[in-house]
Design a protein around this ligand. Structure first.
Ligand code: FES
Length: 233
């Protein structure tokens, strides 16, 4: 099957502005967008730059905008696309080169919300901190984030406010607030209750559409808003 791949290219060291380049490829059955990019880089144009690592939808490094939607290149089958499609870097993140963006804002915001257990006392001496199956079940849909940046880069609130914490950070906050073993719930909620926090979410649901793991950051944001308003978590 023949495909025409249009890629938004930009090398800040050489180019004044981004430009499109088109490549025609002959794809084999079962190829993904990542396979197409590899074909172009390995056999056509070695200067093309993009991130990839696991090739199994785990590391999150190959997130990019494919035909206007944020997706993982390694999980997007060519068969699901038209014979001509466009690949661009994630939006509203600084382009380092071609499809490689600066993920620093994503990681910085994650660190701001303390993505680790907060414990007030010493751990039990003879066993781990225990959790019932029911308590553990509450974390489903909250812990699977691979930090690919797809949700936050698709969010209009992030486009309007670069300091906005972003859906990926709120999902992580909810992951700890919902965890029976965490003792920092009030502290965490305080971290997201500000002008760059929860209240800037306008429930547009772009993050839900963009998440390659089918997670629901909007639901997590609503849960945190309820916790803040109701004082219960
Ligand atoms: S290469 Fe790891 S998620 Fe695509």
């Amino acid at each position: 099957m023949k495909y025409t791949v249009t890629i938004l290219r930009f090398n800040p060291e050489q180019d004044e502005k981004p430009h499109q380049e088109r490549y025609s490829i002959e794809a084999q059955e079962g190829w993904t967008v990542l396979d197409a990019l590899n074909e172009i880089k390995w056999y056509r144009d070695g200067s093309l730059s993009y991130r990839r690592s696991c090739r199994h939808g785990i590391c999150g490094s190959c997130a990019m905008t494919i035909d206007g939607v944020n997706r993982l290149a390694c999980e997007t089958q060519l068969a699901t696309l038209k014979s001509e499609f466009v690949v661009e870097p994630l939006r509203h993140l600084r382009v380092i080169k071609d499809l490689i963006v600066d993920m620093e804002p994503i990681y910085t915001k994650l660190l701001e919300i303390k993505p680790y257990f907060i414990e007030k006392g010493p751990p039990p001496s003879d066993h781990e901190r225990l959790q019932s199956p029911e308590e553990n079940k509450k974390l489903d849909g909250l812990y699977e984030c691979i930090i690919c940046g797809s949700c936050t880069s698709s969010c209009p609130s992030f486009w309007a406010d670069g300091e906005y914490l972003g859906p990926h950070a709120f999902l992580k906050v909810n992951r700890f607030v919902a965890d029976s073993r965490d003792e920092g719930k009030a502290e965490r909620l305080k971290l997201v209750d500000n002008r760059h926090g929860l209240w800037r979410c306008h429930t547009i649901f772009n993050c839900v559409e963009a998440c390659p793991k089918s997670l629901n950051p909007t639901k997590a944001i609503s849960a945190l808003k309820r916790a803040l308003v109701g004082g219960q978590f």
